[in-house]
Write a protein that binds this ligand. Sequence first.
Ligand code: ARG
Length: 586
Amino acid sequence: ALPGATVEGLLAQRVAHAVRAAWDVSLTPAQALLRPSQVAGVDFQSNAAMGLAKRLGRPPREVAEGVAAALFADGVLEPPEVSGPGFLNLVLRPAFLAGRLAALAADPRLGVPEAERRERVVVDYSAPNAAKEMQAHHLRSTVLGDAIARLMEFLGHEVVRQNHLGDWGTQMGLLVEHAVETGGGPEPGAMTEFYRAARLRFDGDPEFADRARRRTAELQSGDPDSRRIWRSVMDASVAHLQEVYALLGVGLTPEDVRGESFYQPLLGPLVERLEAAGLAEESDGALCAFPAGFAGRDGAPVPVMLRKRDGGYTYDTTDLAAVQYRVDELKADRSYYVVGAPQQQHFATVFAVAREAGVLPADADFRQVSFGSVLGADGRMLKTRSAGGTVEMLDLLREGVRRAAAMIAERNAGRSTGEETADGIEDIARAVGIGAVKYADLSVDRERDAVFSFDRMLAMDGNTGVYLQYARARMGSVLRRGAAAGVPEGPITADALGEPAERTLALALLGLPGAVLETAETLRPHRLCRQLFEVAQAFSGFWESCPVLGAERPEVRAARLGLCGLSGRALELGLGLLGVEAPERL
Ligand code: ARG
């Protein structure tokens, strides 16, 4: 349930209170069943009366009437009306609305309360495989994880970013062997070519493949030469990744890399710990743990593979060690693993084993933040290395920036905005192009598949990054014109809440704190995207029907300008939490 600091939370509390006063029944605020209303002229609706009526053995409308009478007294609501079988229609009074908006405007956090307890939150995201090009699902993880990390920081938590790079295992021997045989590692800036050349050889030359496997074994048994070359290949690979992160504007640094290799020294002792706890069993020559409560399709227990037949450790073992490290060393109260849906069973079973072994305390909130696939416009899985083998992540992102530049140029051609563009066109194109890519991943419920289509993500109408960026720029431009004309950005008073379009905008703005909290609770950024889109749409309705600088009365001008200012700040804050840039001017 949302706290009373949000309007929805406050109303839910009031409804619960009124239910108690009228019918002597205790409800939690969540049981007030409060929803934003779809009915024109109604702000919220409570559907609690129907359930209560059953409990009380009275007609639902009568129950609702009683609650309505008890609700009315306190200055927040207009006299509530009962509709249909017993819906309670709630309309906020203009003076209350104005007061809440003024409070929002006076708060740099725009009404979003800080978490009551500051916790340490480890966010595991991006995590591509160092021996290959970054794939679209890693981009989605990067974008989602970055937004979640920003959101947690904004709520006052201490965030530790971890990039669980796939930097160990067979692929690495392949790169190291290729580096040795070609007399050095990748040229700077040519990491992609290096991956591809190595892989082509591996696929086409069985003898090279044998040498690569031998190299992996040497590397893993600590051979100093192999280790040194591995280090230099990894450095090049991380430098390449940083280029992607810099273009994306994502706050991951080389210091956040805790790749699979990092955990190697911890694996032996950890497996001993699991054996000592009686959790390890021999199975087909391998050593496994079978967490309680998991069964495969055939009803057989699901293994977490601790050690392979050949003595090597696995992805599972490494993740168990990462849990241990995050609990013991990073002192994590929570850890969010932003990883695609295909790894659900992996994480569920790893966490279960970690709990059984006492590695993961019961009160630590470790969970996977799962997400769906990224599909191309053709509805198939998007591959950065497609059959043609040409698309690469950096190229893909640069393509987005190029398209954004073309779009802006076309839009601005022959259309003078009357303002000089302060930022260079390249900066704006980057903000728009990258913002479009990020917003496209964020605005779809993460559990669903996302479609990667430049045409869609750069659409000027609809729930897109560029739509919000334009709305935000328009709000800023009104403010600048207001300042130039000497109109003060006044307090938002009931003077600016009489028109339906003004009310719609006011309600969208008041919904922001609740949307931010719900996003943090569910770790679903599309909830916040929805709210920002609502603000932008409501603003556009307001803009069409309510003159701001042209309003007749000076108090209306000032109050409406206040609404513009608050709207701009709402989009700026929201886009900032999502990691999407909001240029002043477009
Ligand atoms: N490298 C892995 C992959 O590409 C993702 C790692 C996610 N994080 C983790 N702790 N396992 O599938």
